[in-house]
Design a protein around this ligand. Sequence first.
Ligand code: SF4
Ligand SMILES: [Zn+2]
Length: 142
Amino acid sequence: MNERFAEKMSDAQVVKDTRLLGDFSVIYCRGNHPDADRVPLTSDGASLGVYGRKLPIVCEECARLLRYAEKRRAFCPKDPKPFCSYCDTHCYSSEMREFMREVMRYAGPRSITRGHAIDSVRHLVEGRRARREAEARASSDQ
Ligand code: SF4
Ligand SMILES: [Zn+2]
């Protein structure tokens, strides 16, 4: 693991955002990959203790997304950082970006009852804003 990653991962906001991604991935994985083998996540973030004692239990496909997302979050150039699914910088590959969008769309509303009411409302508000901005851009291009 590279030292810069470990240093970035010591930031409280990065830890909070990464844990949120972990929680959302668990909700998504449980609902969408019911037959997959789900095991506690192994990743650089997990080795650093970013998720605390309760590691996300996910399948390999969701683990791959989380490992990827950890790196992107650690080195994110945005401040304040929006939800990745509504970001205009697109530092994700198109495949991972679509996957993350799907995870957020599914898990966002369902996370309200799982201790993420504020994050879930923020996700909805950001989604509406991103849609309005996209519509405004499209109409100014005409
Ligand atoms: S997609 Fe945007 S918000 Fe997400 S990590 Fe990349 S630059 Fe940051
Ligand atoms: Zn999964």
